[in-house]
Design a protein around this ligand. Structure first.
Ligand code: GUN
Length: 297
């Protein structure tokens, strides 16, 4: 039987409904969650991602504002902007879109954001809190993966989760979420990476396999145990002359083949992708509730 398709779009819509209600209750108490987004330059992918974030903010009732600095802006100018936003009570969340131009150090920028407003959950304080099991916010894409599993009836409790990829953005924080001694987590987690020999020996032992290595269609059907749940975090552009844009998006798994082997699988697009922006809204609402002492629940 073909795999169940785990629709990030549907789960995302469900979470957005919940957030809309929570935002409405905050507004009743006189507060609107605010999200400040900063971009340096006009990288086309960043422009497109930020438009999506603005659109989703409007959908759930979050006030968002995008600030654009010119490509040549100095690191000092960007840090000044962050400092002003840190002090501005109308913004509960601050996001600086990555990647930044090469003359700016992303670590210095991330560390300049007030940890209370760090809705990406990239600040070392928030990453540390997550690791020790006392999270404030959760990083958006790994949180999206977790919510897909929980809301589809595939709780990681007691399961063997194999994560392929060790990035600070995805693999490492997902590991930190799933190993916690906490209801809905409690997984046994193996993290594989580019220096893992015989990768398939690990992936074949996964109850839940997460592909997050950024390599198009790297996980093939022979690498997956029959009945496994597969989450594909990959977003890769591959050339496709039949498309007007000249490209299409594929994940890190060979979806067409895996659909015949897996119990359930996320598609690309429409799987993990839509969850990321929704979880950013979740964090903005939590940040607002924390900073104001109000509750939307
Ligand atoms: N660039 C690509 N993904 C992200 C993200 O999740 N947050 C930020 N700040 N920049 C990104």
């Amino acid at each position: 039987m073909p795999a169940k398709i785990l629709s990030g779009r549907e789960i995302s819509a469900e979470i957005k409904d919940e957030l809309r209600a929570r935002v409405a209750r905050l507004k009743d108490q006189g507060v609107t969650p605010g999200l400040a987004m900063v971009r340096v330059g006009e990288d086309p992918a960043s422009v497109s991602y930020m438009r999506q974030k603005e659109k989703t903010s409007a959908e759930v009732g979050v006030f968002s504002q995008t600030f654009v600095l010119p490509e040549q802006a100095s690191q000092g100018e960007l840090l000044q902007k962050i400092d002003a936003l840190n002090r501005d009570d109308s913004f509960h969340g601050i996001l600086v879109q990555l990647p930044l131009p090469r003359h700016i150090d992303p670590r210095a920028v991330i560390e300049a954001i007030d940890p209370l407003k760090d809705v990406d959950c990239f600040h070392p304080i928030n990453v540390g809190k997550l690791l020790i099991g006392e999270p404030y916010l959760l990083p958006c894409t790994p949180h999206g993966v977790w919510q897909i599993l929980l809301r589809s009836g595939y709780s990681p409790e007691g399961k063997h989760v194999v994560i392929c990829g060790r990035s600070n953005l995805n693999g490492k924080p997902l590991f930190a979420i799933l190993i916690q001694k906490k209801s809905g987590a409690n997984a046994t987690v193996t993290v594989c990476h580019t220096r893992t020999p015989n990768l398939a020996d690990f992936t074949r032992r996964a109850d839940i396999l997460v592909a997050a290595m950024g390599v198009p269609r790297a996980i093939t059907a022979d690498m997956v145990r029959e009945g496994a749940v597969v989450i594909d975090v990959g977003v890769n552009r591959v050339e496709d002359p039949s498309k007007k844009s000249g490209f299409r998006l594929v994940g890190d798994t060979d979806f067409d083949a895996l659909v015949e082997v897996a119990e359930a699988i996320t598609p690309v697009p429409g799987g993990v992708g839509p969850m990321t922006v929704t979880m950013l809204m979740w964090n903005t609402v939590v940040a607002c509730e924390t900073q104001t002492g109000l509750s939307g629940n």
